[in-house]
Design a protein around this ligand. Structure first.
Ligand code: SF4
Length: 189
């Protein structure tokens, strides 16, 4: 039953990848994000639905060590020599880092755009972003939140929809197989 939620997650991810391709193509002169830059690779937390969807994927493709007690420090544990070792399965937030991110005000009357200051360095102060080539982060987070809410309801954890899980727990195997029936074992304190 949980497979449906993981497939929905992979669809959201695929769609955001398509959007990112468009943005990178449109801003190819201004975005210099590339392999080897790891400024954004800090230890993050994930919605349970994203955590278990990625866990299912990397359990199939990678032989990860059974490391239940990995300590979460400042850097992401998947960063090795400034390269992401789960690049194809990396979380959605990792995919959007550094790109123009659009935030609307509460009444949707104004918006701001943030981006990595390594990018757009040759643009002057008057540079106008085209919102079409930005990522509406609130909308993206809303779709992930909604999916996570449905997932938590499915596994009878709807009272814990605000819980997130440290990315450092992805390689762990608390009870052998993927244990989405006991997500509380993974919850951040
Ligand atoms: S999963 Fe990969 S891209 Fe994301 S923070 Fe970790 S090392 Fe960086």
């Amino acid at each position: 039953m949980t497979e449906k939620y993981f497939l929905d997650y992979y669809t959201i991810r695929k769609n955001i990848d398509l959007k990112i391709s468009e943005i990178l193509s449109f801003h190819k002169e201004d975005i210099i994000c590339k392999k080897g830059c790891s400024r954004c690779c800090t230890a993050i937390t994930l919605f349970p639905v994203e955590f278990f969807a990625i866990k299912q994927e990397i359990n199939k493709t990678l032989s990860l060590s059974n490391s239940e007690n990995i300590k979460q420090d400042h850097d992401c544990i998947f960063l090795k020599d400034s390269i992401c070792t789960i690049y194809e399965s990396r979380p959605i937030i990792c995919r959007t880092q550094g790109l123009p991110l659009l935030y609307f005000s509460d009444k949707l009357e104004t918006y701001t755009i943030s981006y990595c200051d390594n990018n757009f360095s040759s643009c002057n102060e008057d540079f106008e972003f085209d919102t079409e080539y930005s990522i509406d982060l609130d909308r993206l987070n809303s779709s992930l939140y909604k999916l996570n809410k449905e997932f938590m309801k499915e596994i009878d954890f709807e009272n814990n929809i605000d819980k997130r899980i440290q990315i450092s727990l992805l390689p762990s195997s608390i009870s052998g197989d993927i244990d989405y029936k006991s997500p509380s074992l993974y919850f951040s304190e």
